[in-house]
Write a protein that binds this ligand. Sequence first.
Ligand code: ADP
Length: 725
Amino acid sequence: MEGFDGAGRIAQVLLPLPLPEAFDYAEPEGMELAVGDIVAVPLGPRTIGGVVVGLRGALGVNRPLRAVSGWLEAPRLPEKTLEFLQWAAKYAVDAPGQPLAIALRGLRGAVPRPRFGLIATGLAPARPTPARLKVLAAAVEPLAPAALARAAGVSAGVLKPLIAEGCLETVMTTTRSTLAAPDPGLPGASLNPSQAAAAHALCAMLRPGAFAAALLDGVTGSGKTEVYLEVVAHALRRDPAAQVLVLLPEIALTHAVIDRFEKRFGAAPVEWHSGVSSPRRRASFEAVASGEARIVVGARSALFLPFKRLALIIVDEEHDNAYKQEDGFIYHARDLAVTRGRIEGCAVVLASATPSLETLSNAQSGRYAWLRLADRHGGAGMPRVELIDLRLTPPAPGAWLSPPLIEAMTSALKAGEQTLLFLNRRGYAPLVLCRVCGERLKAPDTDSWLVEHRYTGRLVCHLTGFSMPKPKACPHCGAVGSLVSIGPGVERVEEEARLLFPEARLAVFSSDTTADPAAARQLIADMAAGSYDIMVATQSAAKGHDFPGLALVGVVDADLGLRGGDLRAAERTYQLLHQVGGRAGRAERPGRVLIQTYMPEQPVMRALAADDRDRFLEAEAAQRRDAHLPPFARLAALIVSAPDAEAADFAARALARAAPHMPGVTVLGPAPAPLAILRGRHRRRLLLQAERGVNVQAVLREWLGKVRLAGATRLQVDIDPYSFL
Ligand code: ADP
């Protein structure tokens, strides 16, 4: 079917590659493509999967086109999914194939085999000619067009009008999975009055075809999950074909929530995250497209799935930075969830105990409904938060736990209660330096320190994954035994706790000790069952787990997140520490949170101690408004990178020269990025700051259109950046 004879149609096929637009292919005779079809097409010497985004007549095309090779064994992408993918690319000022690549991840390994067929729908043709009737009689089971024509003894041309009239339809002959259906009729928790009021308001938002967004704002343990389970049940009850998507920031958290869904609905929801095997992903992708998957619980990439009838999206822990994808296609899943809701015409619920300023300002302005749950369920008290001023009660030299924290841990141990020590730093020490020459050990191709990991005996770059065994001698001056570890990571804090409490049962929870989801799950289950006395954890343990025996949370270094020039540093520190603290005393016993800091007078620390979120956020909002920063203004970062510094500078200067001059828009830079070298590439940054009314994407497109970059230079656009490295 290679080549093009000028008679058929042209299919515009979008490929999951960073290309600026869809490519044209000829539609083979009798294939009857439709927009959304996932097809195999030739690209250079290989065959690749893509999606049909448009079909047009071949009039005026006189160059030879290669033909579509066939359908992939995959369901058609719904129109709204396509619309969403294209919108997402435009918003990100990126190639449309980038979000498509995420959407098609579920099909990885799909073989380009045209396994589809035509089947009679039962509809009688307007003109029942003998040839047409023969075709319909033969099409009782799905047959490929050529096979059907042969079986009916007619020419392939007879099929076309029958398809057009709807007497024949194309079906994919995929092997169907059998998913257990959730039962929304099962009883849920009986909600307390404020939970019931929130659930009622949210259920009222579920109107077919109507977009609506809401913030479900409730302290940890107030029952936000119980409330949204009820809203999900309502959505499934009112429409037997409705689908619900629940987004979570972390896989570790996914398990806890999946268990709750399974209990509530008597069937496990469909899971979607990096830990799901590819055959299962494929089955899930198909079940989402067919509508069979009613509830999908997943990480940010689940947002790109081809839902047939999406009725509700829930974004749990909406403030979480894990929703921001910073590699490849750059997007924020919370923001895109709201867009998807708008495109699908469905409700979007954003849940958090510490909402982002973005969401809060939307709630305050009335764009989002705002439902608050002020108290923990069942009268459980909020934990008592105390600051430990490390200037007054410092830890012993070379140690990290202060006397007041050690004392509290001692009492907890005596009372048989659990302690969680929180330090958001993996490994043993964040820096290794030579005592003799002062050399700081850095990654070879990246401008970042190597982190020492004692369990594995290696030095690791956390940005690129580079690692090497810890050397015996300084690689710079050759001194033997001169390398010292500076600062603490979780492994080092565990070492200290082990020395202080030799009888205690200890565990470390970080992405290193929970390499696979099963290990994470086991560790969480063991902690919940009381098998450990002390857990030293990074933020992956801070989220959403219920540890009934946990009475004390110690924050080892509260100031960590405040260092570095990130505009959201204070907000993020508040969110993280509040959330960590929320682990303490979830059940009957009141919890205690001790925060070690050198800056107790910082507004974040004061707000944590006083449990005064709203005052803190007000002050934070006022500052951002004054400084023209999000959410009160728009930002976009441009990161230029090249294999050598000169090329990076050259490109950055060219961009600066072409920068827009218009009211409401300011361009800052270029400047070397704080992370000046990453994976051997030199990086420069420019920042575009604009008033809210400015169409930043249009400004960027025009700007970038004026600059031609040399081959090895790369430019990355980050709309509303979260990382300023
Ligand atoms: P959040 O999501 O706000 O942190 P959860 O929904 O996880 O709160 O609720 C915290 C704990 O309280 C959970 O163990 C939950 O099962 C329980 N809980 C909350 N509301 C109710 C209720 N109405 N009836 C029974 N248990 C509840």
